[in-house]
Design a protein around this ligand. Structure first.
Ligand code: ZN
Length: 226
């Protein structure tokens, strides 16, 4: 278990650097990972994801208590805390300020799959409508409620949250969500996009999830760019 936690900490650092390198965040935004089997999670201090290091990571719990680390946590830690509380299956959360997601949300739209990787979001991407930073337990609960059983959500005028069973997967999905939003914006600007039908979505989704290793291959690639 100890080794697992060390690996997870390494992955939190790498994922933080990837979302920064891919322009999903700049000075703000944060990536976290649950310590397996607990209601505690690894969380960065109040700094850019670009500046996250192994030696400045903190440990928090789902009630908002800081259990280890000397820095102060990013102020929106409640997003992570309350998603972990409401979703025992979730092992990692990426909170990003991805520009295409913000633009799409401002149009009253959400991600609707029209390219292959976006099929991972076939169950829908709900949107949190209130314009606010998520700096309270109550707002964290409200965000977790909108996320529900989905793997991604938009926050209008703010960004997106992605939550999944593995930190590498969640990080790649944050990238694919932003790519999907960008594709959709370009298609909408040019005309009427032809979105995947429910049948097409199921077909591609099956190909993406049964093949295995899709997120691992992407993680390997984006790690190589750091
Ligand atoms: Zn934010």
């Amino acid at each position: 278990m100890q080794q697992d936690v060390e690996q997870i900490k390494n992955d939190v650092v790498t994922a933080s650097h990837i979302v920064h390198q891919q322009n999903l965040v700049s000075a703000f935004g944060h990536v976290s990972a649950r310590i397996p089997g607990t209601e505690t999670f690894i969380f960065p201090p109040r700094t850019s994801p670009a500046l996250v290091r192994l030696d400045n990571l903190l440990t928090l719990d789902t009630e908002g208590n800081q259990l280890s680390g000397t820095g102060r946590p990013n102020t929106e830690f409640w997003i992570h805390a309350r998603i972990y509380k409401s979703r025992p299956d979730v092992q990692a959360v990426c909170h990003v300020h991805s520009p295409n997601c913000v633009a799409l949300g401002a149009l009253g739209e959400t991600v609707r799959p029209m390219h292959n990787m976006a099929a991972l979001f076939k169950d829908g991407v709900p949107a949190f409508d209130a314009i606010t930073l998520i700096r309270s337990r109550e707002l964290g609960d409200a965000v977790a409620k909108v996320l529900g059983r989905h793997r991604a959500m938009l926050l209008r005028g703010h960004g997106a949250n992605v939550a999944d069973r593995d930190i590498r997967l969640a990080c790649m999905e944050a990238l694919w969500l932003e790519e999907a939003a960008g594709d959709q914006l370009r298609a909408m600007a040019a005309g009427q996009p032809r979105y995947f039908t429910a049948e097409e979505l199921e077909h591609v989704y099956g190909q993406l999830t049964t093949e295995g290793g899709v997120a691992d291959r992407a993680w390997e690639y984006f790690t190589s760019l750091l």
